[in-house]
Design a protein around this ligand. Sequence first.
Ligand code: PGA
Length: 249
Amino acid sequence: MRQPLVAGNWKMNGTLDSVQALVEGIIAGLGEVQNAEVAVCPPFVYLETVGRMVGHTPIALGAQNVAKEDPGAYTGEIAAPMLTDMGCKYVIVGHSERRNIYGETDTLVAEKYDRGLREGLVPILCVGELLEEREAGKTEEVVARQLDAVIQQVGIGGLGKGVIAYEPVWAIGTGRTATPEQAQDVHAFIRERLYSHDPAVALAIRILYGGSVKGSNAEGLFGMADIDGGLIGGASLDAGEFLAICQAG
Ligand code: PGA
């Protein structure tokens, strides 16, 4: 039985005050969340504050990115041991904004995944196609390529220690959610592909959906057989909305 995970990706949003208010709001409503594991991924500079606030709650802490290098002379980067030091359990790798705005390649994403894993972090690997790739019928090809790069780096056993988030790029921040059926098709494809490597990993791994998830559409998405929760952007910045999504998990 896979426990659903609902993770809030706050991206580059928030102030010290707003972040504290958001966490207080989430903690206050946590009692209503029955099944899902809840995680929040603040910007790096707020990890310590948020970590202290959620330290005695079941809310897990995650980071949005990690360097592939060990600590050293890498100005502006954040090393994996720093994230565990701050109490992080999860780290997002390969978010489409990292891939498409900052040019992260499949290989770099795989190296970041590997580095996080070696530090004991649970990587949340984001995969997903651009609109033109979907329209060209290349969704499965793209997702397979993104997955294979990580399997090549850490093996199927390494992938099995993480979480996958399928996030169609055309659905991120656009209000244009994939239908539950569209998402389920790709989730089933991912699980089948992993099954051919290792059935136990395929059955146990959590595959989240991300892209314009809201309180109003979460239940339909999370009700699909291969959707094990969500990676939530915009809607995770509102405690009430985020909690409604967590309750659907
Ligand atoms: P969104 O972002 O929920 O704002 O579409 C999802 C994500 O980028 O993880």
